[in-house]
Design a binder for this molecule. Structure first.
Ligand code: ADP
Ligand code: MG
Length: 607
């Protein structure tokens, strides 16, 4: 096993000054720019960059983090723009009313679209967003009341506290206020309880569901947030342009927004700004430069822009912002999370079932994959306070049994009871809610999140902060309690030196230990461990066995699959042996070791 080097914990005081000063400086520069003799052209440019960044920000959340691709964001921009244009230009209502109405209409449309499309997997969502973008654009362009292709003219300027924001230098402040507040809110969200669930959407949904997360719900949430950000951008756009027409809200622009997010760095909040800026500036410069160079007015800029984008993606595949961060890391190193949870109150814990009572009853459980019977009418009972081993040769159906018991896979037939209740047919997250937590044979984690954050996801069901609370940063007290719990579970499992490492950088053994800590963070009454000792060295195995014994002494029940026979025989109270999907025998370690059938099963396959 490859050992990963321990990272010394960095005290909070060691944070470099640039970490705090750089954002303040940048903000100060942004604030004074319009007061300096900066040419109007660049103020306009910055205004567009701010508005584009708002849309790209939504895509960072939706596509970069959540893995859901949308080509239809420009259509939501259009909804925001047309709503306010219609209400203010046609009916003389306040633009602020237009903002509220635009957001409400966007929310309604996005919710309907989300409920229809987000259950579909694969390419349906991108295709559905294309269809939505095309149909909205077509409808606007053909509606008499919306001025068809000419659009709506005479959109008034926004007024704020009696000050007209007609001037580019005035509305600049409003645009950047929205953009920065939006970015901070999205950043807050990503670093929170709902944020960790959202970060699982990209490739760890099975794990997240097993930790109690409704992944569908969070897909809807990020789809709505992205749509609302786009709608705000549209509202600003209408009042900057003072007119609206269908062309900026079509599919082409939808694709361009996606490009901005990807070029900037599709999973980083500040990448949205870099992407919007680079895209807008390159596009404009090409429009100026190319006709001058080539002496004609063809649409060459689109071709050249395409080539530039492809080159950027080739040389900075994660986007410009992450590459820039890599370069800047010398002066601006990534600081680990401040350890601010010392002394936080413990999270509520669940009462343990009385020792000796039947905790899990598996009754004629069956799973067929086509013609293959992976689990063949298996029955057994696990009593509270015992460690039960599930052993058998490779392919015997042990992991499949775990998947059925934890609700990760639906059973073909059979009954499951847990803590006196039927859990047959329940989804994983509802079984988790009842006090069952698990690890996976093939580690499932969020590789670009720290070990500590991965483990904190295990405490999802013991915490409550929602999306709005997280965006407003009102969740800190609960976060401290979650991190205190996550740290203590990591400490218990001997992982205290790896808290701030990225989970993906750990060796396999520590990754498995991290999964155990994550499962423990859920405060389960039954722990399912699928090959927990694989990849561990002898000393680490002994330490793990000691931890599991300690847990048993505290009233925890454990069901574990393991190939290391010394480990299993020395630790378990009872063992179920499976072969070819069928339960061979059940008994104490001594009975199992003495069984001729078990010897035959193992001799037949392993020697
Ligand atoms: P074990 O964990 O005991 O090694 P598994 O439960 O992983 O065994 O697998 C039992 C059998 O079911 C194997 O033959 C495996 O190939 C098959 N199997 C497991 N999962 C699937 C699946 N999702 N689709 C089809 N076959 C599967
Ligand atoms: Mg297995």
């Amino acid at each position: 096993m490859k050992a990963s080097p321990p990272v010394p914990p960095v005290p909070a005081a060691a944070r470099p000054w640039s970490r705090r000063l750089a954002p303040a400086l940048l903000l100060a520069v942004l604030a004074v720019l319009p007061l300096l003799p900066v040419p109007e052209f660049w103020i306009t440019q910055l205004n567009y960059i701010g508005m584009f960044a708002l849309v790209a920000l939504g895509l960072v959340l939706l596509t970069g983090v959540g893995g859901l691709t949308s080509f239809g964001q420009a259509a939501f921009v259009g909804v925001g723009a047309y709503t306010t244009a219609l209400l203010s230009a046609r009916y003389g209502l306040s633009p602020w009313l237009g903002l509220a109405a635009g957001l409400a209409i966007t929310l309604a449309i996005a919710l309907v679209l989300a409920l229809i499309t987000l259950r579909m997997s694969g390419h349906y969502l991108p295709l559905a967003t294309i269809a939505w973008a095309l149909s909205l654009n077509f409808s606007i362009a053909n509606m008499e009341s919306l001025g068809k292709y000419d659009g709506l003219l005479g959109v008034p300027a926004i007024e704020l506290f009696g000050i007209s924001l007609a001037d580019g230098r005035a509305i600049y402040y409003l645009i950047w206020l929205f953009a920065i507040v939006g970015a901070i809110a999205v950043r807050n969200l990503l670093d929170s309880r709902p944020g960790r669930a959202i970060r699982a959407l990209g490739g760890a949904t099975v794990m997240a569901e097993a930790m109690g997360v409704s992944t569908f719900r969070y897909k809807v949430v990020i789809f709505l947030i992205a749509a609302l950000l786009a709608s705000v951008s549209g509202w600003l756009f209408a009042h900057v342009q003072r007119t609206v027409n269908p062309s900026p809200f079509g599919l082409k622009m939808g694709i361009e927004y996606l490009f901005m997010a990807v070029v900037g760095g599709v999973s980083s909040v500040w990448g949205a700004f870099v992407g919007a800026g680079v895209f807008k500036i390159i596009e404009d410069q090409l429009k100026e430069l190319l006709p001058a160079l080539l002496g004609s007015n063809g649409n060459f800029e689109i071709i050249v822009l395409g080539i530039v984008l492809v080159l950027m993606l080739k040389y900075a595949p994660k986007g410009l912002w992450p590459s820039l961060q890599g370069l800047l890391s010398r002066w601006w190193p990534a600081a680990p999370r401040e350890r601010d949870w010392e002394g936080a109150a413990a999270l509520a814990s669940r009462p343990k079932p009385p020792a000796g009572s039947v905790l899990l009853r598996v009754d004629r459980l069956r799973k067929q994959f086509g013609g293959l019977v992976a689990v063949n009418d298996v029955s057994f009972e696990l009593r509270a306070g015992e460690i039960m081993g599930l052993i058998g040769p490779n392919g015997a159906g042990k992991s499949t049994t775990f998947n059925l018991v934890s609700g990760v896979l639906p059973a073909t037939s059979g009954e499951l009871r847990f803590a006196g209740e039927s859990i047959t047919g329940l989804p994983a997250r509802q079984i988790a809610r009842r006090g069952l937590s698990r690890t996976f044979q093939h580690v499932k984690m969020i590789a670009d999140m720290t070990v500590l954050e991965n483990v904190a996801l295990g405490g999802y069901l013991r915490s409550h902060s929602g999306t709005a609370k997280a965006m407003l940063r009102l969740d800190r007290a609960e976060e401290r309690r979650l991190f205190a719990e996550a740290e203590s579970q990591l400490r218990r499992i001997g992982m205290q030196d790896h808290l701030h490492e990225l989970a993906g950088n750990l060796a396999l053994g520590p990754q498995r230990l991290m999964e155990i800590a994550r499962a423990l963070c859920a405060d389960p009454s039954l722990l399912l461990l699928d090959e927990p000792a694989a990849g561990l060295r002898h000393k680490e195995k002994q330490a793990l066995a000691a931890v599991l014994r300690q847990l048993r002494a505290e009233g925890m029940s454990i069901l574990l699959v393991e190939h290391d026979m010394d480990f299993v025989m020395g630790l378990t109270d009872r063992i179920v042996v499976m072969e070819f999907g069928t339960k061979l025998i059940e008994g104490t370690p001594a009975e199992v070791q003495a069984s001729p059938e078990v010897r035959a099963a193992y001799l037949g396959t392993e020697h």
